[in-house]
Every structure is written in C-alpha cells, then in structure tokens.
Design a protein around this ligand. Sequence first.
Ligand code: ZN
Length: 320
Amino acid sequence: MQRIQGLHHITAVASNPQANLDFYVGILGQRLVKTTVNFDDPGTYHLYYGDNVGTPGTAMTFFPWQGMHRGRLGAGETSAAAYALPKSSLSWWLDHLSANHVTIASMGKRFGETVVTFPDPDGMMIELVATDDPSTVQHWEDGPIPAERALRGFHSVTLLLNDVEASASVLVDKLGYELVGQEDNRYRYKGASADRGLYIDLLHVPEAGRGAFGAGSIHHIAFRTVDDEEQLEYLTHLRASGLQVTPVQDRQYFHSIYFHEPGGVLFEVATDEPGFTSDESVAELGSALKLPEWYESRRSQIEAKLPAIDRDAHSAKNQD
Ligand code: ZN
C-alpha cells in the first residue's frame, strides 16, 4: 500500500456564504470551483475553493450555515490551515492583507520559515507560510492575484491535541507519515509526496480544554488516496487496527471514508478521482449550482431555500 501523499481538502463551517466567498475568492484569490449543497442538508451550500481546477491539495470547502454561532477552538480540532506562498511574495501579501483590512493575528518563524496568521470572516485561523520551494498549482488566470503572487495550495494543517502520542501513531503507522521536525510543543509530520499539502503539525497542549463547534471550526481534514482500490486497502487496514471507519461515501467529486483519530480530529481519506471537472468544464467550474442526481428532482425547492450569492464578486471587499 502506498503511503498517503498529503492533504486532499479541508472542510470547515462558515456563517455567511457571501462573506466567505468574498474572502476566499476576492482576497485570497482562490477560485470557486464548485457550487453545490451539503449532501446531508441540501438547504445549505457546499462551496469549494481551490486552484484553477481544484487540484487535490488546494481544495478548501465550506458549509456556510446562515446565522451559525461562532465556534470556540479547543483540543481535538484542527486549529489552523496553512497555504504556501513563494518567499519573494511575502511583503506583497502583507500589503494586500492590510489593504483589505485583514488583521494579522501573529507573525513569526516556524521551522525556519515565516508564518503569517490571520482570521477568516468567521475567525478560522489561516496561515501563509513563505517558502523557498512552493509547489506548483494550476493558476486561475481570471482571478484577482497575479500568477507570481498566487498561493500555491496547502502547506500544512495544525492539530491542537491534549496528547500527541496516539495521534502520531496513526499518522506514522497507519498513514505512512514521517516525523521531520520538532520545535517546542510542535511536531511536524510529512506525507510521501514532494508536492502540495505535505505537512501535518501536532501541537501538544495538555491543558487545552474542549472547544465548541460552530462557524470558524474546521470540520475535518482529508488525505489523498489515488483511487478506489487504494482507498479500500486503507479502509481494511484502518479497521483492522481498531479504528471505527465509515463505509465509502459518494461525494460526487471524490469518494470518502471517515474516522476519528485518537485525539478527536475527524480524518477523511478521499480519492483524487473523479475530480471537479466530472460534471462541468474547466471554464464553467463553480458558475452554476450543481446537484447530485438524487436531488435533481427537488432542484426548484432547493434553489428557493438557498440564499442568493454573487459568484462574480472578485474584487476584494472590506470584511467588517
Ligand atoms: Zn471532506
């Protein structure tokens, strides 16, 4: 069985779809690559942002539940999602964030790289990691950020844990990650590829309390697996080790299995195939509400319930 290559996508909760879209598209320059609904709650959007085609390792997805109360971060959660950017673009990004009224929460060095941390409109922590060697993505030419400045997919995620040992064991022994660094209470694990979304950081905070789930909370992180066959091997292997893994779910753009790692974070293993171009062309990605076939007969009721969003609001807007 192949080792896990890296992150596939990150899924989080938002409270307002337009504010979410304005931030991820207008400010971070990510493309809205799919507009669909929460398959378990079709009255809510499921918005996917990524590079030009939503390449695995660039996809950030949200359930914007209107009026959702804000979550409070706690142990057993993903505490930050980091994008990679070329080191030469760091000062440009600081100016860009400032011009868009994004408040920097902190800035410092981590494993020798500069990390800038700031909240999205729901308080979810986004980090930009300035690296010498950012991976390549398929640039969105019609987006608001020039190619040489654009974010290059995920760098890493950070999991906030009371205890790291059992979680590390799942990463290393079950998913094939390797420990590549430690700084204070932060342990860095690396996936098998040399490309996007390579790192998982475990932050050991024994005294951290439990959080409260809500807007700004990261619901789960998904790891990449190449195809259905490899995913089934993971399903068997993870169940054999005693983890409670769901059956394969059809998420339309990938197939998924889910389990809670011992620290409490919900993990998913998702297939690279079929991807976001399975039901619309590259040029059309995100431009129309896509529904899985089992909801098509209810399209008019579903559309009537969803709040209107302006998908073309590319220009950065004030977030306050
Ligand atoms: Zn997912």
